[in-house]
Design a protein around this ligand. Structure first.
Ligand code: PLP
Length: 510
């Protein structure tokens, strides 16, 4: 009876029963379970790291949800399973997961498998720290500080500023809206929304959807996000911004912030920051630059002109998990302010965590700047990667990605059946595929309706085959087009050719 109640090898003769539990010895015998970790790590290395980046392996092994539920046997039961079975489950999980580190994964604004940031992630997962205080995460508090300082140097803030890593660019943009509003109306922290007039923020129609989400989440209201028109390349038109600001003022509202985008999500466009900063200066508006995607260009001496004027921003969001392959998630939110604005805006001074009588310099307890409590040390994997390849290594990756995107654009213009939306400025290459059956057709409404169906069908075929993943979308009245994103440092010219060959192979009968 005793034996069946607990882990038999842990029960000692002098076992004492309290509340029905034997208290001698641990519940988990880490020495015997260590072998499981060893086996699992070797499986992960083989299945997810080696095969996951092998060009000859599939990017995905697609199954419809009902079928996948069956394969995975998701039900959680009373009894546990032996290690051999759990290892088999790990193998299945990897098998049916998309290999986002595979060179032919082009679906998102992140890709590639960098070995250094991967090891950084392993270390983070195994040490499992939380970044609120120096006492519990001494190394990671310091690496966050070092990475933020370096990123701010590349933003061009000579005097530095302040910042925090957040769990996503969307959250960074929410921070921006919140800090900008607090800066304008400090009473809001205590008085709430009753203390503020109708606040209006401005952003281009091409901006990331998180700006609208932030407005909804923070009680600004989505109708108080004034969309500013962009030109045909997707860049905000400064004269239109000025018009919108004047409109808000004429309505008696209170304009407080402009969100400019450096590297828009679909087209990869860069808003003209200097001209936007001039307008912000005239009207006393907080300038936030969403450089989540395009921030990486700051590391390139050749391409940093795309963000000319960014040093005039009041805040910047930049995701090293995108172009710089630091691994999800790795997102910096930075403010130029050095007066502790971030801290004042978000602090709650929890006395059980941020005790005022600690034995070390409490300025290193940075957690109260954050809206989170527990927080992963996302900066660390980027720090390790930066250490390993250096600034020049990062610069080379950015330059190579943009050069490959340019090569792809040239190929698209050269090949029959492909049509480029526009010359890429960055690593987004947007294009249509026109199957042979449509190539002689006049470009009528009917033609574009047919083209609209082409990309979704090819996408379905590539996923079922598992050969690659590339995104598509309609955009501002344009029929569905492919958006190829070039990031992985594993890529070369042959991979660009492969994309076009494969699309042609998959779609030539349409
Ligand atoms: C990706 C992206 C975001 C959102 O970042 P997440 O980390 O995915 O939340 C915000 N803005 C732009 C321009 C982006 O490309």
């Amino acid at each position: 009876m005793r034996e069946s109640l607990c882990h038999s090898n842990l029960v000692k003769r002098d076992a004492v029963l309290v509340n029905g539990m034997y208290l001698n010895g641990p519940t988990l015998d880490i020495k015997t379970t260590y072998k499981f970790v060893e086996d699992a790590v070797s499986l992960i290395l083989d299945e997810a790291v080696r095969k996951g980046t092998d060009i000859l392996e599939k990017v995905c092994e697609w199954q419809p949800p009902e079928k996948l539920k069956e394969i995975l046997d998701l039900e959680l039961r009373e009894g546990g399973e032996p290690h051999s079975k759990i290892l088999k489950r790990c193998q299945d999980v990897i098998r049916y997961s998309v290999k986002t580190g595979h060179p032919h994964f082009f679906n998102q604004l992140y890709a590639g498998m960098d070995p250094y940031s991967l090891v950084g992630r392993f270390i983070i997962e195994t040490t499992n720290p939380s970044l609120y205080t120096y006492e519990v995460a001494p190394v990671f508090v310091l690496t966050e500080d070092a990475v933020l300082r370096k990123m701010m140097e590349f933003v061009g803030w000579q005097e530095e500023g302040d910042g925090i890593f957040s769990p996503g660019g969307s959250i960074s943009n929410m921070y921006a809206v919140n800090v900008a509003r607090y800066h304008r109306c400090p009473d809001i922290k205590e008085q709430g929304l009753s203390a503020v007039p109708r606040l209006v923020l401005f952003t281009s129609q091409e901006c990331h959807y998180s700006v609208t989400k932030a407005a909804a989440f923070l009680g600004i209201g989505t109708k108080n996000v004034y969309a500013v028109s962009s030109d045909e390349r997707g860049k905000m038109i400064p004269a239109e911004l000025e018009k919108q600001v004047l409109r808000a003022k004429a309505e008696g509202a209170c304009p407080f912030m402009v969100n400019a985008t450096s590297g828009t999500t679909v087209l990869g466009a860069f808003d003209p920051l200097d001209e936007i900063a001039n307008i912000c200066q005239t009207h006393n508006l907080w300038l936030h630059v969403d450089a989540c995607w395009g921030g990486a260009a700051l590391l390139s001496r050749r391409h940093r002109h795309l963000l000319k004027g960014i040093q005039r921003a009041n805040s910047v969001a930049w995701n090293p998990h995108k172009m710089l392959t630091a691994g999800l998630q790795c997102c910096a939110f930075m403010v130029r302010d050095k007066t502790g604005l971030l801290q004042r805006c978000h602090s709650a001074r929890a006395s059980y965590l941020f005790q005022q009588d600690k034995f070390y310099d409490m300025n290193y307890d940075t957690g109260d700047k954050s809206i989170q409590c527990s927080r992963k040390p996302d900066s660390f994997k980027f720090w390790l990667l930066w250490k390993a390849v250096g600034t020049y290594g990062l610069e080379e990756r950015v330059n190579k990605a943009i050069a490959l995107a340019r090569y792809l654009a040239v190929e698209i213009q050269r090949r029959e059946g492909f049509r480029l939306l526009m010359e890429p400025e960055y690593a987004n290459v947007c294009f249509w595929y026109i199957p042979p059956s449509l190539r002689k057709m006049p470009e009528s409404k009917e033609f574009w309706e047919k083209i609209h169906n082409v990309a979704p069908l090819i996408k379905e075929r590539m996923m079922k085959k598992g050969s690659m993943m590339i995104g598509y979308q309609p955009h501002g009245g344009r029929a569905n087009f492919f958006r190829q994103i070039v990031i992985s440092p594993q890529l070369g010219r042959a991979d660009m050719d492969f994309v076009l060959d494969e699309i042609d192979k998959l779609g030539k009968d349409l």
